[in-house]
Design a protein. Structure first.
Length: 116
């Protein structure tokens, strides 16, 4: 977890100073490093308990984020008389939320039929 925090700080500093290419290279290198470390591990990295906890946490995050996107989008759309950008941004947020929930429903249906 500490590595993720340090990597996030490093990438944030690089992006804020305009080093987009270097931050992208570091990001891709970190993903490749994690992939290689997972591949080298000779033992299972998770168990059923961690998978169950991760599933519950993911579902709560998804629902919370979807509600926040929808609420923010509705508020911005209702403020469209103040600025035309509010309407545009509100519609984008509602669209992202709808696409996210549609993708979740499709993947849930797919994995509920597939034997894992």
């Amino acid at each position: 977890m500490l590595m993720v925090i340090l990597l996030t700080i490093a990438i944030a500093i690089l992006v804020s100073t305009g080093n987009y290419i270097l931050s992208l290279i570091i990001f891709i290198a970190a993903i490749a490093f994690e992939f290689l470390m997972r591949k080298k591990a000779n033992f299972p990295l998770t168990d059923e308990r961690l998978d169950a906890i991760g599933g519950k946490a993911s579902r709560i995050v998804l629902v919370t984020f979807a509600l926040l996107l929808a609420a923010t989008g509705i508020i911005l759309i209702s403020l469209r008389n103040m600025s035309p950008y509010c309407l545009i941004i509100g519609n984008i947020l509602i669209g992202i939320e709808s696409a996210m929930m549609l993708l979740y429903a499709i993947l849930f249906k797919y994995y509920s039929r597939k034997k894992i």
